[in-house]
Design a protein around this ligand. Structure first.
Ligand code: NAD
Ligand code: MG
Length: 398
């Protein structure tokens, strides 16, 4: 990656999903690091996007649907901020010509086209939206390479690995292993029997991080770590068999790498997403941050455990999906998005999420044909797996 292009000057950011957990923290970081904002987008929180637009003066504000956009247009009539809607608006926000970096903080597959659009327009992308790298990894990495743009990780584990790799021998050639840390979520140590009874409220109570609802549930099922394993495979080119997972309850060691000589390098910090967000924005520079300094003696001890793969079956499903390659990662991701949505509507139980993800891995795709290299086949596999999962969910409740 050519670090010289934007080093040392305040960046111009377009933030997709600016009303979410990552989006609002990104705005906080952008303000403190002197960045300017060119575009902001939201799903349906019109009032919040209005307030953000008034504060940060983007040229473009985008709502998911035309009705919310019409509402925002009236509210922002005195500001000169242009308002757009839908996927077209999102892609426009990703391609603004006065933008240095597009921060994709959307949740789910809706983020795929805007990421590709940003790259095709020559924009660097800071990616929090892990689902789209899981589903479209080959296509996204190929698009980044063809357009010579950077893909900077925002996810704390991948930021940690990226930080550990600074100054490494070129091409990651001495890199032997990646070790992802996982908090274990709210249900660490629980048996399947105990998990039969947990509900939405318990699944939404993460011990260490305050995040959007979807990723919070992914952390409870540990699907999040499976998604991150696939994400790491694409970002760092490491074969999945060389990516390990270790439970680390305190979320202070954000991940580790091991070199050929068995030296292990880790990145540590208090659990605060503003740190990885800031590094993605200011890289290769480092600047002061409002994040609390780490005092290891305060923590006293840090603990590590092996994951319970029998209880948290989503990790194994993701590992198998990336080992098979092609469209399998898209299939497990789509099944999970659909299952999490059903769980949030309290239509299925907590353990059903893992059952549906594993089932989609085996049955959602009719053949092994697709390589997952075109947008059309990725979107078709996504749709097919969602449809399969809805049907499979009906069977569960009978
Ligand atoms: P969130 O639900 O808090 O925010 C999502 C944002 O996307 C919101 O601004 C919402 O308006 C927008 N959005 C959602 N659906 C949309 C749609 N259909 N069309 C247009 N806009 C839409 O989610 P989050 O927790 O901020 O997570 C965002 C991404 O970052 C996810 O992929 C998540 O896995 C990843 N991530 C989050 C955290 C965290 O701490 N929250 C940490 C690591 C990675
Ligand atoms: Mg993470």
């Amino acid at each position: 990656m050519d670090a010289s292009r934007t080093a040392g000057k305040a960046k111009r950011l377009s933030i997709l999903g600016s009303t979410g957990s990552i989006g609002t923290q990104a705005l906080d970081v952008a303000e403190k690091t002197g960045c300017t904002i060119t575009a902001l987008t939201a799903h349906s929180r019109v009032e919040m996007l209005e307030a953000q637009a008034r504060r940060y003066h983007p040229r473009l504000a985008v709502m998911a649907d035309e009705k919310s956009a019409a509402d925002l247009r009236v509210r922002l009539a005195d500001t000169g901020v242009r308002v757009a809607a839908g996927m077209e608006g999102l892609c426009e926000a990703a391609c603004m010509d006065d933008t240095d970096l597009v921060l994709n903080a959307l949740v789910g597959m809706v983020g795929l086209r805007p990421t590709l659009a940003a790259m095709q327009a020559g924009r660097d992308v800071a990616l929090a939206n892990k689902e789209t790298l899981v589903a479209g990894g080959a296509l996204v990495m190929d698009t980044a390479a063809r357009h010579q743009v950077r893909l900077l990780p925002v996810d704390s584990e991948h930021s940690a690995i990226f930080q550990c790799l600074q100054g490494a021998p070129p091409g990651n050639r001495a890199l032997k292993r990646v070790i992802l840390t996982a908090s274990g979520g709210p249900f660490f140590g629980k048996t399947r029997e105990e998990l039969k009874r947990v509900g939405l409220k318990e699944a939404l109570e993460h011990p260490n991080w305050s995040m959007g609802a979807k990723i919070t549930i992914d952390s409870a099922t540990m699907m999040n770590k499976g998604l991150e394993l696939i994400e790491a495979r694409w970002l760092f080119g490491v074969p999945p068999e060389n990516i390990d997972i270790v439970i680390h309850r305190e979320s202070v060691v954000h991940s580790l790498i091991e070199y050929d000589d068995h030296s292990v390098i880790a990145q540590l910090g208090v659990p605060d997403m503003r740190l990885p967000i800031q590094y993605a924005i200011t890289w290769p520079e480092r600047v002061p941050s409002p994040v609390k300094a780490l005092d290891l003696a305060d923590w006293g001890k840090l603990t590590f455990f092996r994951p319970d793969y029998d209880t948290f079956v989503c990790i194994g499903a993701c590992r198998e999906a990336i080992a098979r390659g092609g469209l399998y990662p898209a299939a497990v991701n789509a099944a999970n998005e659909q299952a999490v949505s059903l769980f949030r509507q309290e239509k299925i139980g907590f353990l059903d999420i893992g059952t549906l993800v594993c089932s989609a891995l085996e049955h959602a795709l009719p053949g092994t044909g697709g390589k997952g290299e075109t947008l059309e086949e990725i979107l078709a596999a996504d749709e097919e797996s969602r449809r399969y999962t809805m049907e499979a969910a009906q069977q569960l409740t009978r």
